[in-house]
Design a binder for this molecule. Structure first.
Ligand SMILES: [Zn+2]
Length: 493
């Protein structure tokens, strides 16, 4: 992409390709550019071919990271340092010199054949005292972040130790560890960590003594397994069909954090309770819940999964909500979902839809509900007139915008169609101009602007659905129920 940009810019500025020079601080990339593409992997070869087609390899030069302005941007630089950076605002000092005085190009020697050398080396860490099992255990657990990796390494050491005692002909030739080889490593690792954390328990139990009552683990019955690590006896002695074990391995949460982290990943980053349930069938870990919470907190995957979106600070209320005014002087209007009512007293009544029109006072949050028998312009205007006659003429009326109903259900689309038709708008304009009312639409695609009347509609629907019977009501019955709801929502102080 950079080479394409360079080529386009050079074309626009009429700079010939022969006078272009490009720099990179990646010696690997520069080496690829000089190589035969057939020797490269397909992914790299395709890109090298595209680059050298535009700018051949002899136009490329190496720049030290210290002289590369692009490094400042890619590695990040504080704004205060960037202001004073000569390298960023000007160029490397040698760039103003003639090209023959620029740093020398690196000559790459092509390797004609690949040679692989196997080297076996053994080192000892002077900080680890081989006679002290505590420090050895600490070093082991700290060295490896994966329990699986740790068991593999120790299992290979075991095999090496075992093979040293056998003649070459009897040594196993498999290049993969068997499950039994890995399985026998785990108790040893558990024992090493127990020696570190529970040496007092191990000492007492091996002497056949019980733990003092002051010890936090005194209520458990401990045994030492055949592998030498401490196990806790459960309350099950007789083998059952259930997979409940009779012995649990005692794990130290601190030294066994590597193991817990591995299990956390193995069990798909399960939650604390799920992990406790899984581990509880095999291990006993004091303070496990806290440890699992810590692991989950420090796990990047869990942090991403449980991340909560940033909550915006709430804005100030609009003046229409905070300015003192007579009741219903500033009113929000909205329609609720339709109700089905029955008409006629015959044995075959007609079922039709009616609509509850909700008026909310923006200053006092008082609610006024009117029932509108259809979504015709005339019926809506009649509803509006009834409201004005009973509550007084508002100076400002606020309503939803048509685009707030995008993706809404069919019933709401019907309401939107009625409120946004040209006839309705003209009729409302005529009525409002006669009564000196200013009609406001909230901004498009911002239904939260009408939060007050949306909340009113929700409260009204919550109550009315509890009152309604399974059989559709008559118009008068529904109207009475709505007035009852209105009275509940407007409690008399
Ligand atoms: Zn996780």
């Amino acid at each position: 992409m950079m080479v394409r940009l360079l080529s386009k810019t050079a074309d626009l500025l009429d700079v010939p390709t022969s006078s272009l020079h490009a720099w990179s601080d990646s010696q690997i990339v520069l080496h690829w550019l000089t190589k035969d593409v057939k020797t490269l992997e397909i992914f790299v070869a395709n890109r090298v071919l595209a680059i050298t087609k535009i700018l051949p390899h002899h136009h490329w030069r190496h720049v030290r990271s210290a002289d590369n302005p692009a490094d400042l941007a890619s590695r990040g630089l504080h704004a205060k340092l960037l202001i004073d950076s000569t390298l960023w605002w000007k160029r490397p000092p040698w760039l103003s010199l003639p090209p023959d005085q620029w740093p020398m190009r690196i000559i790459y020697k092509h390797l004609t054949s690949k040679t692989s050398v196997s080297c076996l080396s053994a080192t000892t860490d002077s900080r680890i005292d081989s006679t002290d099992q505590h420090s050895f255990s600490q070093a082991l657990w700290k060295r490896y972040s994966s329990f699986h990796h740790l068991t593999q390494v120790v299992a290979w050491i075991y095999r090496f130790h075992h093979n040293c005692r056998l003649p070459s002909s009897e040594r196993p030739s498999d290049k993969v560890l068997s499950s039994s080889e890995v399985a026998r490593v785990k108790p040893t690792l558990f024992r090493l960590s127990q020696l570190e954390q529970y040496s007092d328990v191990l000492e007492l139990i091996s002497k056949g003594k019980t733990l003092p009552k002051s010890h936090p683990l005194h209520r458990f019955l401990f045994t030492i397994s055949a592998y030498g690590h401490i196990t806790i006896s459960t309350r099950i002695r007789v083998p059952t069909a259930l997979s409940t074990p009779s012995q649990l391995t005692l794990l130290s949460p601190k030294s066994q954090q590597t193991k817990l982290q591995t299990l956390h990943v193995t069990y798909s980053h399960a939650g604390t309770s799920a992990m406790m349930s899984i581990l509880g069938s095999t291990y006993y870990v004091p303070g496990l819940r806290c440890q699992l919470k810590l692991i989950s907190k420090s796990c990047p995957m869990c942090q991403r999964a449980y991340a909560r979106p940033l909550q915006h600070q709430m804005g100030l209320l609009p003046p229409s909500r905070t300015t003192p005014a007579p009741s219903f002087d500033k009113t929000g209007v909205d329609f609720a979902d339709p109700f089905v009512i029955r008409q006629g007293h015959t044995r075959k009544p007609i079922y039709v839809k009616t609509y509850a029109c909700l008026f909310v006072c923006l200053s006092t949050k008082t609610i006024h509900i009117e029932l509108c028998s259809s979504l015709s312009t005339d019926d809506f205007l009649a509803t509006l007139r009834r409201f004005i006659a009973r509550r007084g003429c508002p100076s400002h009326i606020f309503s939803d915008n048509g685009t707030n109903f995008v993706g809404a259900r069919e019933e709401i689309r019907e309401i939107q169609a009625m409120t946004t038709t040209k006839n309705t708008i003209n009729a409302i304009s005529y009525l409002t101009s006669q009564n000196d009312i200013r009609w406001h639409h909230i901004p498009p695609r911002a239904p939260h602007f009408g939060g007050l009347w949306e909340a009113g509609v929700k409260s009204m629907k919550t109550l009315i659905w509890k009152i309604l019977t399974p059989h559709p009501l008559r118009f008068e019955e529904l109207y009475t129920a709505l007035v009852k709801v209105e009275a509940i929502l407007n409690p008399v102080q």
